[in-house]
Design a protein around this ligand. Sequence first.
Ligand SMILES: [Zn+2]
Length: 203
Amino acid sequence: MQWVKDPICLSCGKPGITVYSFCDACHRRSLATTQIRAATLHVDPVRRTLHKMKYEGYFALADPLAELMIQAWSRWQTQIDMVVPIPLHAERKRQRGYNQAELLVKAIRQSLNWDCVPEALHRHRRTTPQVGLNINQRQRNVRGAFLANEGIVTGKRILLVDDVCTTGSTLDSAARVLLDAGALSADAYCLTTVSGRYDISKS
Ligand SMILES: [Zn+2]
């Protein structure tokens, strides 16, 4: 596997820049997440293993994948009060039988002492899968997809967890509603990040 190696973009956490700074994409935008970080690059064998876990029903693979996130976490220990997996829409969760982000958090929380609070965020609008969409389409697709539980998130430093960070649009959209609902900060941690010339239409 390929761990994410320094230097990385201070905002989206993607490697491929020469010094610690902001990548080209983050120079042009302002993400609602303070920092996004990932354990490994979105390449095989992790990419293939994640695909099996997510789409082929091998949910037990969440454990070894979560182990990678536990190992990489020690490089980046940000201050957080609660951990919130990116929710799936109820209908999609029913079809798949589980939410891959939630499985990852469940497999990690004991080792890292995370307070996991899935009820903090709700996906109330069903969105088209992001696969095959470009960055603008992705932003439009997930805009307004989430609702935050104000009573839970107000005054809290939140860590969002997802399986993959492609353009960061989903995490950004979720972070915006958390901050609007009174959260102090919203960081994000993913298993993998899509980097470099990898074609985002495939992820
Ligand atoms: Zn960046």
